[in-house]
Design a protein around this ligand. Structure first.
Ligand code: FE2
Length: 257
């Protein structure tokens, strides 16, 4: 099974990259399942119903979220409509939405799990304990399990990768918007990368207009973040997963500028 995971789609230019490139990438790489982090797709903050449908229409199968999940209140309706959108599993019990989803892919089933780190992010439930509970449910259905760990600290992400080695097919990081070059297959067969990067404005600071962020660092004066225009990039990874064992057999980064 070939799985494409797309790094945080940011604003108009990120969505334009999806529109222009996703079809070609899926065809060229013979993608069976396409996962995309969409928590920044509405001008950097959250996702709208219109944008969710747009991403699905362009070929995204499952959308994962993160710390901006509640930025647009339409998200609650999207969860009620049972669209293939998930939010971090470690929000407290009773929160709208689900932390995982199981989808049919070819003749198999694949589970996608979204989880949030809590170093320099919201103080949610323990991601390590929560994912154990998620896995207990999911393992009854499939051993093909792909985890989007939406987290800030590299150490927390690497720790999650090692913690889940042999328990899931792959762990990829999102949220930092900078793709890391540490993709590998861990000893027990779990594909791992600290961050798959951003699909959005190339000449920017993590997607935001660079002047705003530079000024913020220099003056500490608050100014509204505006998403940058101009050239864009498409970041992600392609995983090959053995459908019988659930182990990753290859992991490669994708960078289109
Ligand atoms: Fe984030």
């Amino acid at each position: 099974m070939r799985v494409l995971a797309i790094g945080d789609i940011v604003g108009n230019s990120g969505r334009a990259m999806i529109k222009d490139f996703l079809g070609k990438v899926k065809k060229e790489l013979e993608v069976d399942l396409c996962i995309a982090n969409g928590e920044n797709s509405a001008a950097g903050n959250g996702i709208t119903r219109h944008i969710a449908y747009e991403l699905f229409n362009h070929g995204v199968d499952v959308i994962t979220m993160g710390n901006h999940v509640w930025s647009k209140k339409e998200i609650v309706r999207l969860f009620e409509e049972n669209l293939k959108i998930i939010r971090p599993a470690n929000y407290p019990p009773g929160t709208p939405g689900s932390g995982h989803i199981v989808v049919g892919v070819k003749n198999s089933k694949a589970a996608i799990v979204n989880i949030s780190g809590r170093v320099y992010l919201e103080n949610l439930d323990c991601p390590f304990r929560v994912i154990e509970n998620e896995l207990k449910l999911i393992k009854k259905i499939t051993n093909i399990i792909i985890v989007d760990f939406h987290a800030e600290a590299t150490s927390e992400k690497v720790a999650m990768g090692w913690y889940l080695d042999g328990k899931v097919s792959a762990v990829f990081g999102t949220h930092t918007h900078v793709q890391t070059a540490d993709e590998r297959i861990l000893p027990k067969g779990t594909g791992y990368i600290t961050d798959i990067g951003m699909t959005g404005p190339y000449d920017s600071i993590l997607g935001v207009q660079k002047e705003i962020i530079i000024n913020r660092f220099i003056t500490h004066f608050p100014e509204k973040f505006e998403i940058a225009d101009g050239p864009a990039q498409f970041n992600g990874i392609i995983l090959e997963i053995d459908e019988v064992t659930g182990k990753t057999t290859s992991i490669n980064r994708i960078v289109i500028k």
